[in-house]
Write a protein that binds this ligand. Sequence first.
Ligand code: ZN
Length: 233
Amino acid sequence: MPSVRQLLDLQAIDIDLAKRNERLGVIGERLGNEGELPALRTRVGELGTSAEGIAARQSELDSAIADLSGRIETVESKMYSGAVTSSRELTDLQADAAMIGRRRSESEDVLLGVLVELDEAESELSETTERLARSETEWLEDQERLAQERTVLQGGVAALDEERAAQAATVPPPDLVVYERVRKTHAGRAVAHMRNETCASCRVGVPSKIAQTVRASASPVPCPNCGLLLLAD
Ligand SMILES: [Zn+2]
């Protein structure tokens, strides 16, 4: 039997092995890689700090407004106590109350803005916190799935490695050397079918004389165009 037929079986094992090993590489990169999680955690921290800052401004404004209300009350109780009789002094007190009232009203306007800001900051914080929790759960599930897939793949690769060794042992060593050399320069492939004296890989016709050698030879014969080892169907 021409060794190229055994090489075709070897190639099937090698392609399968390469695919599994490639997937193992991808899994290896993803295992332990937290992806967007660190950035999300940082974002949650930043949003928390920002919401705390806004809440602190709100409570400062609350106490400033309470303080101004207290001052207005004091002025007004003085005005209506009957103790102040001078109209000049009453006018001054009225002006005081009006001025403090304006300041309170300004602070209340600022407070409204701060409350809106706080509301927005708190909803963004809670949305991001939820997103982080979801991402962490998904990540853990994904890691578990990947670890399981890796175990299965590693088992498959070990079995294929054995199969490959057994298959390679059926090929004469010099042909194996040729196979390895061709495979390296042809993206993992070394064997092509020859159908109707045409290479099935590059679709270029094989000269009859070479086609004849392909059919008769026990050792691999390369396609004169692409270099893959031809297997006569
Ligand atoms: Zn070819």
